[in-house]
Write a protein that binds this ligand. Structure first.
Ligand SMILES: [Zn+2]
Length: 567
């Protein structure tokens, strides 16, 4: 202990030239207030101590013990921040084996055929979770699609909606006369027979194995692996957006072993599908609140899930799902608008209780109806006490509106966005809702022009491959999607909402840090901040636009240490 204090005293004079590491002859994109580009940086004890020209930094910061690295002109960016991941779930998803890429009904059928070969007759085959809007055919598979084996019952996991083949229906005793379970539906084909689509009714499938189980050590290992993959993708901080007390314990275990390769900001998602008194008393009894923890692991936001998802046809919309909703989600009521899980009054009481405990607030909201409900509640809270200082935000907010944008601006509400969905989901969603209803689908330009802080994220939840995962967590792909607004069909969706490369980079650095109350220590390359950086193989600011998504990290540095790649 004594020696540490002594060392600190020795390097107190600002002129002490004793950096641990100097990176020079690079193109250092600082993302400081003036967006300055430098050539070199010096790092000491996990912090940036200087940024400037190569000559300045080498002259002012170098000592005989300093490690000096010539970047050879390579670009350095502030460590990237993904404001929205689900690290443990994603880590476990391929912990025991890799998942197939299922991007078409043909690919699903190949998966089923291969599985049928390798297991005994009668054994269930479950197609891993797949989102129909991302299938080439843009339709929900029916029993006919899944009948490529007649010897095995087959279930297709589409999250809220499941598919079943003929044998699975037969084994489960599901016929045209089976009553719908409460809140669910056995969808019928034109012949009046069940067509295999089970909306919120997968519990009717008999004998299908669901969740795998994992030991605590499995979970720690899966989480460590996932966080390492984030580091390899150039991320130095992630916001985990739905932790339970059990998951917090896994993160804490990893931290206690000093095995966190990246910083983590945790969002507590409470189960609000209970009587409001129960939810409120859990909030009051909890010892957690925003910013509790340290620079490696801390609490960020309090969250509830307010509506369903656009990828499963349950996001709570201002407009109906219409006839394409039937093809895509097995939605039989063309007037259906999705599901709001929590009414406004209940939401107000829950959010009020969390606010009173000092929490930053958010809710999963995808449909416009859910966004409006959340903003109504924020407005009530804002009348009682200004909400802006809490940096509360809309999460996803896929289907914005002019009115919602104006209200966010007035109250100082931020947003956490997933621009990768422009690429993946717009082709199907515009067929469901019509192009005119996509006008404010991730309206990045509108946010920024109103001064609304936008944090970039992926909502990564399944898979280890940064480009193939659901959702792709390659930050360069997501920045490219923000800049180009290009869909997987090649169309540019509402080009007036395009943003610049500089703005996209801010979404994955300083603005995401701001949402996490971390902008004083992270999100830009400036003396005094943590040495969280990524060295990349192409110049982000000047490479061809289509190259942006192909940028690869060369080295990721967190707290001054190389955690992935090499210098
Ligand atoms: Zn999420």
């Amino acid at each position: 202990m004594k020696r540490v204090v002594f060392a600190v005293l020795l390097c107190l004079p600002a002129t002490a030239a004793d950096a641990d590491l100097i990176l020079y002859n690079g193109r250092v994109v600082t993302v400081d207030a003036a967006f300055r580009i430098m050539e070199a940086i010096a790092i000491k004890a996990g912090r940036i101590t200087a940024a400037g020209t190569s000559a300045e930094v080498l002259k002012g910061e170098r000592s005989p013990r300093t490690k000096v690295v010539d970047l050879g002109g390579k670009t350095v960016l502030p460590g990237l921040i993904d404001a929205h991941v689900h690290a443990l779930e994603a880590g476990l998803s391929e912990f025991r084996g890799s998942l197939p890429v299922l991007d078409s009904i043909a690919a699903i059928q190949n998966y089923i055929r291969a599985a049928a070969h390798s297991r005994p007759k009668g054994a269930w085959i479950v197609v891993p979770r797949t989102l129909p809007p991302r299938l080439k055919e843009m339709r929900f598979p029916t029993k006919q699609d899944l009948d490529v084996t007649t010897d095995h019952p087959v279930a297709f996991d589409g999250s809220y909606v499941w598919g079943a083949n003929s044998l699975a229906l037969k084994i489960s005793g599901i016929t045209r006369d089976t009553p719908n379970p409460s809140g669910g539906e056995i969808v019928k084909g034109p012949d009046g027979e069940p067509n295999g689509i089970l909306r919120n009714a997968s519990q009717l499938l008999k004998g299908v194995a669901r969740a795998e189980t994992f030991s605590d050590e499995d979970k720690v290992a899966a989480l460590a692996k996932m966080l390492q993959l984030y580091a390899a993708a150039g991320l130095t901080t992630v916001g985990d957006r739905a932790v339970t007390p059990a998951e917090v314990a896994v993160f804490e275990k990893l931290k206690a072993r000093q095995q966190l390769p990246v910083r983590v900001v945790m969002t507590w998602r409470i189960n609000a599908a209970r009587p409001v008194e129960e939810v409120v008393s859990e909030i009051r009894a909890s010892s957690w609140t925003t910013n509790q923890g340290d620079d490696w692991l801390r609490f960020g936001t309090f969250k509830v899930t307010l509506d369903g998802g656009q990828s499963v046809g349950t996001a709570y919309q201002r407009m109906p799902y219409g006839s394409f909703g039937r093809q895509l989600y097995g939605q039989t009521d063309p007037d259906a608008r999705g599901t709001l899980f929590i009414g406004a009054e209940k939401l107000y009481r829950i959010m009020g209780a969390a606010r009173d405990k000092g929490w930053q607030l958010t809710a999963h909201v995808q449909g416009g109806g859910a966004i409006d409900t959340l903003l109504d509640v924020f407005q009530r809270l804002d009348h009682e006490k200004p909400i802006a200082p809490s940096r509360s935000h809309v999460m996803h907010g896929s289907f914005m509106s002019e009115d919602a944008l104006n209200r966010m601006q007035r109250m100082g509400v931020l947003v956490d966005v997933q621009p990768g969905w422009l690429y993946f989901d717009v082709p199907a969603l515009k067929r469901v809702f019509g192009l005119e209803n996509m006008r404010y689908f991730f309206p990045l330009r509108s946010y920024i022009d109103r001064g609304i802080i936008v944090a970039g994220g992926s909502d990564h939840m399944i898979g280890h491959d940064k480009n193939g995962a659901v959702n792709a967590f390659n930050p360069f792909f997501n920045m490219w999607a923000s800049i180009t607004r290009r869909t997987r069909e090649g169309e540019v969706i509402y080009p007036q909402e395009k943003i610049t490369r500089q703005e996209a980079l801010k979404m994955w650095t300083i603005w995401a840090a701001y949402l996490q109350f971390g902008e004083k220590t992270r999100g830009s390359i400036e003396p005094g901040k943590f040495a969280d950086l990524v060295v990349v193989d192409r110049d982000y600011l000047s490479c061809a636009e289509d190259e942006i998504r192909r940028i690869e990290p060369v080295a990721t540095i967190v707290n001054g240490q190389v955690v992935s790649g090499r210098l």
